[in-house]
Write a new protein. Structure first.
Length: 391
């Protein structure tokens, strides 16, 4: 059974504005569906009809199979998490009490609600001991958004409605909040409707994304399919000509994408490292520390300058350009640019897995686009010719 079901839902405001017409779609349990489209296309109206902040003028909305028209709106709202851009925290209550607000309203003992709230603050990356006693105005914008998410999760609702929750923060914080939220969602499996006007956010977060035209959904499918096979010219235009670039956000780095350059250890004697690099005919090598974790890299020329008694440590340079495996290709590309590096190290936790170069990145991207066009998994696509020229 679908967690949320829309059947021929329409909303005409009293002034005659038709905000949405004849919407029919379903959201599965544990699924995150993003709603994206231009301003005024009806995204917020769609969302607010689910918790009955707005009532539809036609059609039926079901939650867990039950028609919400029959539900008590106040009870309904308490059972649905709601996160909005202007977080709406109570200014005169502490962060901890803000996070505990909904369970308290639902009649749970205050002490129990606060305990849960503290756990949730921790879950969203805030230290309950440090941030819990503060007031909302003593937090940064990003921290306030985190409190908003914690508060929405506090009553453990199966369904979350999120309306531009990360819209008010700068792009760097926004990306971090998205990553954290994705991690959270992987363990919580909430059913989520997420409104955004940011295509990249919709692509990155959605299991599926609904692309809105005026008051109607033009395509509802996985981000890969929407980008790879837009349903009609409107969607193609909306996702834009630079679809390939946007795919950078949805394509994650896999171990198979990586190259394995020679590695040497910090305490290896320089002559031995030089010999190993000569044997492989490479000019540089990745340097690992005793624990096998990334330290940086070293040039063969520099090692040769150290003499017979030298150790790799004497010429090794630190490497800051790294990304975790599973991160989007876009992150690898941006780290490369930021460090002006010809490669980035890819780590699994602290463990060094390999490196990604611009050519490999291009190859992974091409494979991903090819897979979307064919509707197959990326692993099954082979790339015949690659060139770094596009970078
Ligand atoms: N209370 C209202 N009375 C009349 N028209 C309204 C009302 N609320 C929204 N509308 C109109 O309904 C349409 C859809 O609005 P809605 O807020 O759902 O769009 P949206 O896609 O969420 O837009 P945005 O991205 O700008 O928030 C718009 O034309 C809007 O002007």
């Amino acid at each position: 059974m679908a967690a949320i079901g829309f059947e021929n839902v329409g909303k005409r405001y009293p002034d005659g504005t038709v905000a949405v017409r004849d919407l029919s779609f379903e959201v599965a349990e544990g699924e995150l569906v993003t709603l994206v489209g231009p301003s005024g296309c009806g995204k917020t109206t769609t969302m607010k009809m689910v918790n009955r902040l707005i009532d539809p003028t036609s059609g039926t909305i079901r939650l867990g199979g039950e028609d919400i028209a029959a539900a008590d709106p106040v009870q309904l709202r308490r059972s649905i998490g709601y996160v909005i851009q202007q977080v709406g925290l109570f200014p005169h209550r502490t962060v901890l009490d803000n996070a505990a607000a909904v369970p308290v309203l639902m009649g749970r003992p205050r002490r129990e609600a606060r305990k849960r709230a503290a756990e949730l603050l921790e879950l969203v990356g805030l230290d309950p001991a440090v941030h819990g006693p503060r007031y909302p105005e003593q937090l940064s914008g990003g921290q306030r958004q985190r409190v908003g998410v914690a508060r929405a999760l506090a009553a453990d609702p199966p369904v979350l409605l999120m309306d531009e929750p990360f819209g008010a923060v700068d792009p760097v914080v926004r990306e971090r909040l998205q990553t954290e939220f994705l991690g959270l969602q992987r363990s919580l499996h909430k059913t989520v409707l997420f409104v955004t006007h940011d295509l990249e956010e919709a692509v990155r977060l959605g299991d599926r994304m609904a692309v809105y035209g005026q008051g109607a959904i033009e395509q509802l499918d996985t981000p890969s399919t929407v980008l790879g096979a837009p349903a009609n010219p409107y969607v193609a235009d909306f996702v834009g000509a630079d679809r390939a670039l946007k795919r950078l956000s949805v394509t994650s780095i896999e171990p198979d994408d990586l190259e394995q350059p020679p590695t040497v250890r910090l305490d290896d004697p320089a002559p031995r490292a030089v010999a190993a690099m000569s044997a492989e005919d490479v000019r540089w090598s990745v340097v690992l520390d005793d624990a096998g974790e990334l330290h940086g890299f070293v040039f063969r020329d520099d090692l040769e300058g150290l003499g017979e008694d030298g150790k790799v440590r004497g010429a090794a340079r630190r490497m800051e350009a790294w990304v975790p495996v599973g991160a989007p290709l876009k992150q690898a590309f941006s780290v490369m640019l930021q460090h002006d590096a010809g490669w980035v190290a890819v780590l699994d936790g602290a463990r060094f897995l390999g490196v990604l170069t611009p050519a490999l990145l291009h190859e992974a991207l091409r494979a991903s686009i090819g897979a979307a066009e064919e509707g197959t998994e990326r692993a099954r696509v082979t790339v015949e010719s690659v060139s770094a020229a596009a970078f």
